[in-house]
Design a protein around this ligand. Sequence first.
Ligand SMILES: *[C@@H]1O[C@H](CO)[C@@H](O)[C@H](O)[C@H]1NC(C)=O
Ligand SMILES: *[C@@H]1O[C@H](CO)[C@@H](O)[C@H](O)[C@H]1NC(C)=O
Ligand SMILES: *[C@@H]1O[C@H](CO)[C@@H](O)[C@H](O)[C@H]1NC(C)=O
Ligand SMILES: *[C@@H]1O[C@H](CO)[C@@H](O)[C@H](O)[C@H]1NC(C)=O
Ligand SMILES: *[C@@H]1O[C@H](CO)[C@@H](O)[C@H](O)[C@H]1NC(C)=O
Ligand SMILES: *[C@@H]1O[C@H](CO)[C@@H](O)[C@H](O)[C@H]1NC(C)=O
Length: 479
Amino acid sequence: MAFTTLLLCAFSLGLLSHGQPEAVRNHNSSDLLYTCNKIAAAISGASQVFFPLTPEYLFDIEHAYSSSNEASACLVEPGSAEDVGEILRILGSTRTPFAVKGGGHATNPGFSSTRGVQIAMSRFNEIKIGLTSGTVEVGAGLTWDQVYEVLELTGVNVVGGRVSGIGVAGFTLGGGYSYLSNQYGLAVDNIAGYELVLPNGTVTIVTSDDDDLWFGLRGGLNNFGIVTQFMFQSHPQGDIWAGFIYYSENELDAIKEVLVNFQQKNDDKAVLIVSLAYSLDQGVYCTIIYFYDAPTPSDIFEDFLAIPAAEGNVSTTSFSDFVQSLNPQPEFNGLRTFYNAAPVTQYSPAVFDAFVNQTKFWGAHLSTLDKNVTVISALEPFDKGLFSHGSGSAYPTLSSLLTLPSNGPTSHSIKQWPLRYATSLADGQNVSRAALYPNYALFGTPLEDMYGGNVERLQKIKAAVDPEDVMGLAGGWKF
Ligand SMILES: *[C@@H]1O[C@H](CO)[C@@H](O)[C@H](O)[C@H]1NC(C)=O
Ligand SMILES: *[C@@H]1O[C@H](CO)[C@@H](O)[C@H](O)[C@H]1NC(C)=O
Ligand SMILES: *[C@@H]1O[C@H](CO)[C@@H](O)[C@H](O)[C@H]1NC(C)=O
Ligand SMILES: *[C@@H]1O[C@H](CO)[C@@H](O)[C@H](O)[C@H]1NC(C)=O
Ligand SMILES: *[C@@H]1O[C@H](CO)[C@@H](O)[C@H](O)[C@H]1NC(C)=O
Ligand SMILES: *[C@@H]1O[C@H](CO)[C@@H](O)[C@H](O)[C@H]1NC(C)=O
């Protein structure tokens, strides 16, 4: 049984096509070849340009989901921040569409892929542990699996991704919900500094001394240049108690009851992800990821563990081994996958029922079109203190309103479905001011829905830092 697919926390649909960015139309293949050759001639020996069908090109062009794969004219692996600067200057002066790939886990088509020039950050793969500074410096081409593996024996950890395969760069630039977020906040609340290549090619370090860029980079994704290194504040880390357990549809009522109670308790070491998925033969089934930041948990999960389970187990383990165990099975890699965001302020019985209903309704409906469709909703209860750890940042916009960044089913065909209201307003929760999480929000989401009252400031910062709109040549949310 392939229940680890639930860990994709997303909806997959094999039915989609999408358009290319407008800018590509003005660039024929000889224009692109000219730009690629110009880059190859300008960069140092630390970096290299690869053309289609070479092994390096094929390896680095690959994204986690096939919906985010595109055949670029060439692929460049920069090996130094200065070379990233050279590349940006050439892309800017030739107005060539490009994309920046960190871990390649983005689910919105074109956000880290392009028909123009693909920049792959894979050579930024170093991890430097500052034992006295209490920081860890992480290259923008790494995935969290790689980071946790290196940190495993050091006794320290950083606030990073929750399942296998997530890249450091997009996760961190978009906000970053972690198993440690109840205790320390989002990834953006745990940054000591960034090495940033500005859109004009200048390499700079951004820290809390930099008012505007510091605000913008913490949630504002790739609008202000290309981040090559992230400096994280580290935290002590020992063994944890964690695992995942799979339940059949019969147990959904019991799960609902204990989930509602769980949110009344306050234990910032305890974290859950409750995933609901639909399949033709099983209906709606559930996987719960359990995490406790100590080798033995308090009694907070006792009610959950009393529910009869179909499969799975929880035990004392290392942080790194646990995250690596949350690995989608190979046959589900490469699917077309889309996320959508469905913020709620709490998982009440009515909201839980609404998530079950939408998973079942869209699962059943879309399976009639394609048996392979999987509809998954991820419910992510966090502690009330989640947003109390940071200072003003692009995301989250409103620290006074705790919103939980649930995923919900999504596709082109149900894009207009008012997911946000169907779930949250099921019991009258008013989430009209809740910011959608940019790393979950479906392409086409208005900026205001994610960045609220920050949009105007972010647009001003963008205009000042990138007057030539170089970063506008890359996909993603654009200020
Ligand atoms: C490509 O476009 C350029 C203008 O951008 C033009 O000069 C050139 O002739 C075109 N090449 C081809 C093969 O169409
Ligand atoms: C834990 O559950 C997984 C998934 O069902 C299973 O593959 C594994 O063997 C189990 N491990 C133990 C120690 O029971
Ligand atoms: C379940 O969701 C569908 C689609 O949004 C809706 O039409 C239906 O009324 C819902 N059913 C219940 C019981 O909420
Ligand atoms: C569904 O998946 C199977 C196995 O991966 C594949 O052979 C089949 O072509 C897929 N069907 C569709 C409609 O994509
Ligand atoms: C939700 O709250 C906003 C203010 O935060 C208010 O303007 C709006 O009318 C409220 N909506 C509902 C349905 O109560
Ligand atoms: C690049 O942009 C930064 C920020 O706007 C500016 O301070 C710097 O002078 C620019 N560098 C060049 C060489 O234009």
